[in-house]
Design a protein around this ligand. Structure first.
Ligand code: PMP
Length: 366
């Protein structure tokens, strides 16, 4: 049976990548070693690292005045690492602005409060995070060190389909984005951001790698308490090798970047992601059994939460899905219902199989 894995993360990886990794597991390119066994300072791993960095830079068209860091700790660690690195040059405590659009921005806010005065400039909590607060309602601070957004809320299923403008929308403060669950899924203009960070385990590779893309002038402002391994300056000055980087994860990420290039790059995958999301949302909107509760203009292309109007059917729905090889569709416990995560590596056939099942289940329960 063909299996389609709709997990929110760690999530499905391209099959070609897993096959290549399996073939290279015991002996990478005639080196006689597995990538896991290599020194991070040896020429073999350095070549893997440099290729991965180059490919990611090309895929996202990262300008030359931005560093790409491969770190550890996941996006949650970055919730602390970001304020620790961006407020050291300000009078303490510094102020930072947040837009609260869901569970992940709420977590970012909680963590940043340990290092800065947090101003929640806008929050969608009162509407159960079903939309992004409109830009003109944001109550920004006068002198924030940065403005933080979560570009795609993995749990709640809302995504920005525009980039807040530094002049018009953030009062001149650098824009920081948690892109954990939509990085590489759509074309972005990196120059509009001060910092982009993302855990790898959705569109990049295995958990354990964290990508940080940071503009040069924002490096070197860390608070004295910032742990050395998390100080972007030290990490950047040492090409992400201040301490041992997550070598195997970087290798797999590199294979995913090459796969993405073979697919035609980010612009090509974005078109496929739009087609996949449209297929699913169009069916949900036409159905009388299922419902999406997210405002149309900010529906996520990556994470599609939906509900059965009769929630007593949830268990039967999930059991039937599993029988058909449609896995990990249960919604996050804080939201309930169902969630289909349809990242880059989910083929359109997977979404078609899901929609076929949705139709069939709806017919059975009409
Ligand atoms: N931010 C977002 C948007 C996420 O989706 C996640 C993980 N699902 C996190 C942060 C936390 O990432 P990690 O568990 O890697 O720290």
């Amino acid at each position: 049976m063909t299996v389609f894995n709709f997990s929110a993360g760690p999530a499905v990886l391209p099959r070609e990548v897993l096959e290549q990794a399996a073939a290279e597991m015991l002996d990478w390119h005639g080196s006689g070693m597995s990538v896991m066994e290599m020194s991070h300072r040896g020429k073999e791993f350095i070549s893997i690292y440099e290729q991965a960095e180059r490919d990611l830079r090309e895929l996202l068209a990262v300008p030359a005045n931005y560093k790409i860091l491969f770190m550890q700790g996941g996006a949650l660690a970055e919730n602390a690492i970001v304020p620790m690195n961006l407020v050291g040059h300000k009078a303490q405590p510094a102020t930072v602005d947040f837009i609260d659009t869901g569970s992940w921005s709420a977590k970012s806010i909680k963590e940043a409060k340990k290092y800065a005065n947090v101003n929640v400039a806008a929050s969608a909590a009162h509407t159960k995070y079903n939309a992004i607060p409109e830009r003109h309602t944001w109550q920004l601070s006068k002198d924030a060190a940065y403005v933080h957004i979560c570009s795609n809320e993995t749990i709640d299923g809302v995504e920005y389909h525009y980039v807040p403008d530094v002049a018009a929308d953030t009062n001149g403060a650098p824009l920081v984005a948690d892109m954990s669950s939509n990085i590489l899924s759509r074309v972005i203009d990196v120059s509009k951001y001060g910092v982009i960070y993302a855990g790898a385990q959705k569109n990049i590779g295995p958990a354990g790698v964290t990508i940080v893309i940071v503009r040069d002038d924002l490096i070197g402002q860390a608070l004295p308490v910032c742990p050395s391994a998390f100080d972007w300056k030290l990490v950047a000055d040492n090409n992400s090798m201040y301490n041992t980087p997550p070598t195997y994860g970087i290798y797999i990420a590199g294979l995913v970047f090459q796969w993405l290039k073979r697919q035609g790059g980010v612009a090509a995958i974005e078109l496929r992601n739009i087609a996949k999301a449209d297929l699913l949302y169009d069916y949900l909107d036409s159905s009388s059994l299922y419902v999406s509760r997210i405002a149309r203009e900010c529906r996520s292309r990556m994470n599609v939460p939906f509900f059965l109007r009769d929630e007593s059917l949830n268990d039967a729905f999930l059991a039937g899905a599993k029988d058909r090889g449609l896995l990990q569709l249960k919604g996050h416990k804080s939201v309930g219902g169902m969630r289909a995560s349809i990242y880059n590596a989910m083929p359109i056939e997977g979404v078609r199989a899901l929609v076929d099942y949705l139709k069939e289940f709806e017919k059975q329960h009409a």
